[in-house]
Design a protein around this ligand. Structure first.
Ligand SMILES: NC(=O)c1ccc[n+]([C@@H]2O[C@H](COP(=O)([O-])OP(=O)(O)OC[C@H]3O[C@@H](n4cnc5c(N)ncnc54)[C@H](O)[C@@H]3O)[C@@H](O)[C@H]2O)c1
Length: 380
């Protein structure tokens, strides 16, 4: 049997809402015949597109044969057939809209960060719990093939005792004057909810917590390397938000993680994000898709001698971790999980409380940078 679940989608004209959530998740799920429940039943998703621009919504709806679209969020929320509210709006608009959805009794799923401050993020989690609605936050990086392979290595005991993690994330985002910027301009304005720390620390929080363990402290240095940019309409603006964040995190068990995040760095890596993990028994370098390892028994013995040219090709001494599985789109996997969570109470650990821990790390990172000191990450 097949049933249909009404899903309000707010922010589908945006980068994430359109590509990852509407096309690669919701419509892709329908194209494969729906979400399979444990009893074999299939659930199709009926998207209701919500946004501020009626013409843009109508265009997207027509392109994909979607019937429902409106600029009236309250009307969409009033329809009892729409059980789920999803939010991919700019971060700043999120809390208000989600609170309305919770008030209307909807189950809520959202892009990260769930809010701009810990106080708001915790309030959202409490409101959802008090209303008894299911709640979830996107934690897509956990489903990247490279990080799934890394998790496999951790779970298989490959590393021995993990000592350290080095993350390198970023790429050059054009200033917008002589080449158009490839990210929205609000990302570079603090007053619009932008900034590297608020954007990426929530990701690093759940990556570290799920792969290596809870985070105990943070020290961060943030900066705005490029202070002026040009927006989508060709207008110059002041970049008031941080465009780079250099963080050092202490994890349970003494693991030290260091993650550089920058939109002002040119890529000299194999992937846009890479994590090197060093353990007593072996090391790994994981990217979005790939993951390479070196075991202690195959570790070369470098000897420091600047008078001689390097004779060993260090990169050649690493072995590729095999796929051993087919990797689906992570956003889609999480949508399927959330639908099962809503309809048959399947486990979904990526809830608003988890989202609040991500916002907490961002807030502490920014405070650490402002005060120039290391801060403890306490329980929320
Ligand atoms: N999970 C991820 O990897 C990931 C990646 C990028 C962005 N995000 C998150 O997704 C959200 C959207 O980011 P994006 O890059 O798609 O942004 P975007 O600018 O491309 O899209 C923003 C959407 O919000 C809408 N919107 C609602 N109120 C608005 C307002 N007051 N001003 C401007 N736009 C408004 C826009 O119309 C648009 O549909 C953000 O919260 C961001 O943190 C997540």
């Amino acid at each position: 049997m097949t049933t249909t679940l009404g899903v309000i989608m707010n922010g589908v004209t945006g980068r994430m809402g359109h590509r990852q959530h509407l096309l690669r998740s919701v419509l892709a799920i329908n194209a494969q015949g729906g979400v399979a429940l444990s009893d074999g039943e299939k659930v199709l998703l009926r998207p209701v597109l919500v946004g501020r621009n009626a013409a843009k919504l109508a265009e997207i709806a027509a392109e994909h044969g979607i019937e429902d679209h409106t600029t009236d969020l309250d009307a969409a929320l009033a329809d009892p057939e729409n059980l789920v509210y999803f939010d991919a709006q700019v971060t700043r608009a999120r809390v208000k809209a989600i609170l309305r959805a919770i008030e209307a009794g909807k189950h809520v799923y959202t892009e990260k960060p769930t809010a701009e401050s810990v106080a708001e993020a915790v309030a959202l989690a409490e409101a959802a719990t008090a209303a008894g609605v299911k709640n979830g936050v996107v934690q897509d990086k956990l489903f990247l093939p490279g990080l799934l392979k890394l998790k496999r290595l951790v779970d298989g005991g490959f590393f021995g005792r993990i000592l350290s993690v080095r993350g390198e994330f970023g790429y050059w985002v054009f200033e917008g004057d002589w080449q158009a910027a490839q990210r929205p301009s609000w990302n570079y304005r603090a007053e619009d909810g932008g900034g590297m720390t608020l954007d990426m620390f929530p990701h690093w929080q759940y990556v570290m917590e799920n792969l290596f363990g809870p985070i105990r402290s943070v020290y961060a240095q943030t900066t705005t390397h490029i202070p002026a940019r040009v927006d989508e309409n060709g207008r110059a603006y002041d970049a008031t938000a941080d465009d780079a964040a250099y963080g050092i995190f202490e994890l349970e068990g003494g693991i030290i993680a260091q993650i550089n995040s920058s939109w002002s760095v040119r890529v000299n890596r194999d992937e846009l994000v890479e994590f090197q993990v060093d353990g007593t028994e072996g090391s790994a370098v994981a990217g979005l898709r790939g993951c390479r390892i070196q075991h202690r028994s195959t570790t070369p013995k470098p000897v420091w001698n600047p008078d001689l040219p390097v004779t060993v090709s260090f990169r050649d001494g690493w072995q590729e971790v095999p796929d051993n599985a087919e990797f689906d789109n992570g956003f889609k996997i999480q949508w399927e999980m959330f639908v099962r969570h809503v309809l048959e109470d399947a486990p979904f650990p990526h809830d608003f409380a988890a989202g609040a821990r991500g916002v907490q790390l961002a807030e502490l990172g920014l405070r650490s940078a402002a005060e120039g000191r290391r801060l403890t990450v306490g329980a929320l």
